[in-house]
Ligand binder design. Structure first.
Ligand SMILES: [Zn+2]
Ligand SMILES: [Zn+2]
Length: 270
């Protein structure tokens, strides 16, 4: 259950590639029928393109960049990526306002609102309000032309009922599993940072992610991907065990994986 699902030889027609995940940088490519969107680009644009090529996904036409929030581990490469590919950046009004300087000369900014469905790259996309110490952070619900659904929520201190509603009924659930609470409490971070991470506007723990799986589990859910694992306060095996317990308790058959800072994880949505 702990193995990395390295790039498969056959590229799925509808899939998600977790290019980078964690406080050193986040980027995810969601694609269907040869077209796709990037969620965040918190690694350099050059490194992002290198990772896309390494997963043999460089034939996909990336048509939009979706931004969850303005923190640098999500924003760092957005400007160059957007300009290089000539694609617009989709973000909430609050995120666009605080990221204005970084987005000054991108080909276009499209303002999105919570729970209003919009289209990009042939995908049906809805922003879901998350709870984080950023201006107006969101996760996403993305539906493919074949009706496959990805739920994506990272950088959130809690899964609110509103957020749970947006993430319900997914085939693939990508959810933050940032820390093991005991490792965080015993770990090296200063107290203010521990409090920030544990707060309702911080980051989801493994237990939170497991709770979310208990609430959101459904028959069609086949894959759960833990996101934004802390390098200091978590281990992939601990996160997988916590979430796998929840999968067993709910009688689901979903596999549990974790995205990482260093390696690309590719998953089929079908
Ligand atoms: Zn982050
Ligand atoms: Zn953040």
């Amino acid at each position: 259950m702990h193995s990395m699902d390295m790039t498969a030889s056959a590229i799925p027609s509808e899939g998600a590639a977790f290019l980078a995940s964690g406080s050193s940088g986040n980027a995810t490519l969601v694609h269907a029928a040869g077209r796709g969107v990037l969620i965040d680009c918190g690694i350099s644009a050059r490194e992002c393109r290198r990772r896309i090529a390494s997963a043999e996904l460089d034939g996909i036409a990336i048509e939009a960049l979706l931004l969850t929030h303005e923190h640098s581990d999500h924003l760092r490469g957005v400007r160059v990526m957007s300009r290089t590919l000539g694609i617009p950046v989709y973000a909430t009004r609050g995120t666009l306002a605080v990221a204005r300087a970084d987005l000054a000369d991108v080909p276009g900014c499209v303002e999105i609102t919570h729970e209003a469905i919009f289209g990009a790259a042939g995908l049906r996309i809805m922003a879901i309000r998350t709870s984080h110490d950023a201006a107006e952070p969101v996760g996403f619900r993305i539906e493919t032309p074949q009706g496959r659904v990805l739920g994506f929520a990272s950088d959130t201190g809690v899964i609110t009922p509103e957020c749970a509603e947006g993430l319900a009924g997914c085939d693939l659930l990508a959810i933050e599993a940032n820390h093991d609470v005991q490792m965080l409490e015993a770990g090296p971070y200063p107290l203010f940072l521990k409090r920030r991470i544990l707060s309702e506007r911080g980051h989801l723990s493994n237990v939170h992610a497991a709770d979310a799986v208990r609430r959101l589990g459904c028959d069609r859910l086949h894959t759960i991907v833990g996101l934004h694992l802390s390098q200091h306060n978590n281990l992939p095996a601990i996160a997988c065990d916590a979430v796998s317990d929840a999968v067993r308790q709910t009688g689901l058959g979903a596999r549990v994986l974790t995205a990482s800072a260093a390696h690309v994880l590719t998953c089929s949505l079908g």
